[in-house]
Design a protein around this ligand. Structure first.
Ligand SMILES: [Zn+2]
Ligand SMILES: [Zn+2]
Length: 267
């Protein structure tokens, strides 16, 4: 039984796939429960213009509730969001979460200094080492203040857009990674395993096996599984592989969420 807790639809700026296509594909694959986590990213500069990539929450909830009901005998559908955080957008993101009744919130870093990591500007004026170091520091500083989330999204995304041929070993950043994981655990938060690593041809899982194991060693128990799919072909992608990996690492449960509260499902 699979639970895909990271899924985008045409409510995200970077997907054209109707929600219903994602739902039908999930049903076809026998996925038990899915959570839509469309993108909200405030304050991104694209072509010299500052933009907010937001979701029409009213329409989003209306559609989610419609499909929850329409497909209630076939699949559970949850209401989530993926918040792309920057230190100066935290209060705006918190406000959105307070105003809307989400089941699940992913806290992600997509943008640094208003520049999307995908554009790679962030990497230009610094070494790979410095980019990783700054990324982890920024993530730590964000979650020091921002607590309105359930799991950290693609925790080591800095690797994805850096030099894939020269990924720096996690041991070099073990202190930084430990600080982030300890704070998440202290706050009762989880991390997600994000199967986009297979699409981006990363040599490891996302986050890495090191981080997944370390989270567990430090006492973390909340793990969600997400495909980060932006079209239906990516739904539950490589889930068999990651469910096996989690079991091999000694994880006994994965989580689903209801109104921000975790439920533990036996693996
Ligand atoms: Zn993301
Ligand atoms: Zn995503």
């Amino acid at each position: 039984m699979y639970y895909d807790y990271h899924m985008h639809s045409s409510f995200s700026a970077d997907s054209n796939t109707p929600m219903e296509d994602m739902i039908n594909k999930s049903i076809e694959l026998g996925v038990k429960e899915i959570c839509f986590t469309d993108h909200v990213d405030y304050s991104i500069i694209t072509n010299n213009m500052e933009e907010n990539h937001i979701v029409d929450y009213k329409e989003y909830f209306r559609k989610l509730e419609y499909f929850q009901n329409k497909y209630k005998d076939k699949i559970f559908i949850k209401k989530g969001i993926e918040m792309g955080l920057q230190s100066h957008t935290i209060s705006k993101c918190e406000e959105d979460i307070e105003k809307n009744e989400f089941d699940f919130v992913i806290a992600s870093i997509h943008t640094i200094n208003k520049s999307d990591l995908i554009e790679r500007d962030f990497y230009q004026d610094k070494s790979q080492f410095e980019a990783y170091r700054q990324y982890y520091e920024i993530l730590y500083n964000v979650i020091k203040k921002f607590k309105s989330y359930c799991v950290l999204g693609h925790l080591d995304i800095v690797k994805r857009y850096g030099d894939l041929n020269n990924i720096i070993d996690d041991k070099v950043f073990s202190d930084e990674i430990d600080e982030i994981l300890k704070m998440a655990i202290y706050d009762g938060k989880g991390i997600e395993i994000n199967t986009s690593c297979f699409r981006y041809r990363l040599p490891d899982l996302t986050p890495s096996s090191y981080i997944l194991k370390r989270y567990k060693e430090l006492g973390g128990e909340i793990i969600t599984t997400g495909s980060d799919s932006h079209n239906s072909a990516q739904v539950a992608y490589e889930f068999k592989t990651v469910y096996n990996s989690l079991q091999e690492m000694g994880y006994k449960y994965i989580c689903t969420f209801d109104k921000m509260k975790p439920n533990f499902i036996k693996l």
